[in-house]
Ligand binder design. Structure first.
Ligand SMILES: Cc1cc2nc3c(=O)[nH]c(=O)nc-3n(C[C@H](O)[C@H](O)[C@H](O)COP(=O)(O)OP(=O)(O)OC[C@H]3O[C@@H](n4cnc5c(N)ncnc54)[C@H](O)[C@@H]3O)c2cc1C
Length: 451
């Protein structure tokens, strides 16, 4: 049943999306407004920050150690000439990792870095981060309404008219959870905003609420959308030859990505073998630059092909009676990997082969397995699996120093809705918080300037 829209409620700022970007932008706006301007957050799901609660496996890897310049090296695609980093620079300087950690610490929530430089709350609970955001929002008088989905926004007379669907929570009781707060449109509401901030997230993990609505809304307001695609997604390989090694992980593995024979880039990082292909930070972080049909050439040992071959030849010469398995483990392979590579190199007695019996061709095949194993990418994990979305509102149409639209005055953006994607390690949440801080502060500045 759809009830008729009431006359619009009016706010100085309306934020669409109660994710980390939306909540933080509203908080920073309210902090600076000191009660002089009202802010409303409309969230589609009954409860805010569903994705935040999943982050870091429920522990929330909020940010990463390093200088701002170092952080900036972790955004964007390899082929875009640093566009995302250039865009994010003012936001990350306005609210850096140290500033963000201090903001939480000043409110009683402490974080610690793990050995890889990833920051987590001491509680290791993402819910502590959400609780802190909610209590701060409440203290500052931010109005938060769940079960409200923005359907359309229209820029008119220096402000925005919003058309919103409202879902009554009580109507959802007894329904399966995935339907409870999404499918029951029971009323439509109208709102009027002096400033509008879109923080609707990307399109990955759509069950959390970020299902790509913001793209259509931004497009209707005139913005160009770079086609959203999964980022931080695992790679699937047809007839995966290393299925027997599923679960193995490697530190400091190497990836060389080739397209139609041409090398696109080389990277190092931690790798995980899965039942259907490859994952781990090395693959997840590179996935935004991969396409089906690409060749992923992997190095499983900390040596170049020439070094590996040289050391293999030397060990064979020094111990011709040794079993090959022992030599390969001395070269940095695990026992199971040594056996698997011997099988793939078609050695009849596998790892038990005596070193002296190893032909030149077999040495070369082993060397290729260990240092340049080629896998053809069949597909990347889809939006249900990807931890971030690449693509989104094009950065060219947004002012990097304020997050305001270059096309529609008074319209602001924050978070993953924008066309950037960060590596794993806290970079995506940091960017969501930084762009939000800048957008919230810019909104209140522009309202003050108007009066
Ligand atoms: C499993 C998983 C683990 C992750 N772990 C980490 C991590 O440890 N560290 C890290 O840095 N990043 C991590 N990320 C990424 C990170 O969570 C996101 O980049 C971040 O949440 C983006 O924040 P956001 O506020 O821009 O968007 P979101 O968190 O997606 O929030 C957007 C909000 O907008 C709402 N919304 C959408 N459309 C509408 C509408 N029409 N009307 C009203 N509301 C709407 C949605 O319901 C949602 O609540 C992880 C992601 C996933 C999926």
């Amino acid at each position: 049943m759809i009830s008729p829209a009431a006359s619009p409620e009016r706010y100085a700022l309306i934020v669409i999306g109660g994710g980390p970007a939306g909540l933080f932008a509203a908080i920073r706006f309210a902090e600076a407004a000191q009660g002089a301007a009202t802010v409303l957050v409309l969230e589609k799901k009954t409860h805010p920050c569903r994705k935040l609660l999943l982050s870091g496996s429920g522990q929330c890897n909020l940010t990463h150690d390093g200088s701002v310049e170092e952080l900036l090296g972790h955004y964007g695609s390899a082929d875009k000439g640093g566009q995302a980093a250039r865009f994010l620079k003012p936001a990350l300087y306005a609210c850096s990792n140290t500033e963000l950690l201090s903001w939480f610490a000043a409110r009683g929530l402490e974080f610690e870095a793990d050995t890889n430089g990833k920051y987590f709350p001491l509680s290791r609970k993402a819910s502590s981060v959400l609780d802190q955001l909610l209590s701060e929002a409440k203290r500052l008088g931010v109005v938060l309404r769940g079960g409200r989905r923005l359907r359309a926004a229209q820029a008119e007379d220096g402000g925005f008219n919003l058309s919103v669907e409202r879902v009554e929570a009580s109507q959802g009781i007894g329904l399966p959870s995935e339907l409870r707060d999404e499918s029951l449109q029971v009323a439509s509401e109208g709102y009027r905003a002096d400033r509008l901030l879109l923080a609707t997230g990307g399109a990955s993990y759509p069950a959390t609420g970020s299902s790509g609505d913001g793209y259509a809304i931004a497009a209707a307001l005139g913005h160009r959308i770079i086609e959203p695609r999964p980022a931080l997604a695992p790679a699937y390989i047809d007839d995966f030859p290393l299925v027997g090694l599923a679960g193995l992980s490697f530190k400091g593995a190497g990836l060389c990505l080739r397209r139609a024979g041409k090398k696109l880039f080389e990277r190092e990082g931690d790798l995980l073998i899965t039942h259907k292909g490859l994952s781990g930070p090395l693959i997840l972080d590179s996935s935004r630059d991969m396409s089906p049909g690409d060749t992923l050439e992997l190095r499983f040992v900390a040596a170049s092909a020439d070094e590996f071959r040289g050391r293999l030849d030397a060990l064979v010469a020094a111990g011709p009676k040794r079993q090959l398995r022992g030599i390969l483990t001395e070269l940095g392979l695990t026992r199971s990997m040594a056996d698997e590579f011997c099988r793939l190199a078609q050695l009849p007695s596998g790892g038990e082969l005596k070193a002296a019996e190893l032909s030149r061709e077999a040495r070369q095949r082993l060397c290729s397995c260990a240092c340049a194993f080629p896998f053809e990418l069949k597909a990347l994990g889809d939006m249900d699996e990807a931890m971030a979305t690449a693509g989104g509102v094009t950065l060219e149409e947004v002012h990097p120093k304020s997050m305001e639209s270059r096309l529609v005055p008074g319209l602001y953006f924050a978070g993953e809705l924008l066309d950037f994607a960060g590596d794993t390690g806290g970079y995506n949440l940091q960017a969501a918080f930084s762009t939000a801080a800048l957008a919230g502060a810019s909104c209140i500045r522009s309202l003050i300037a108007r009066t």
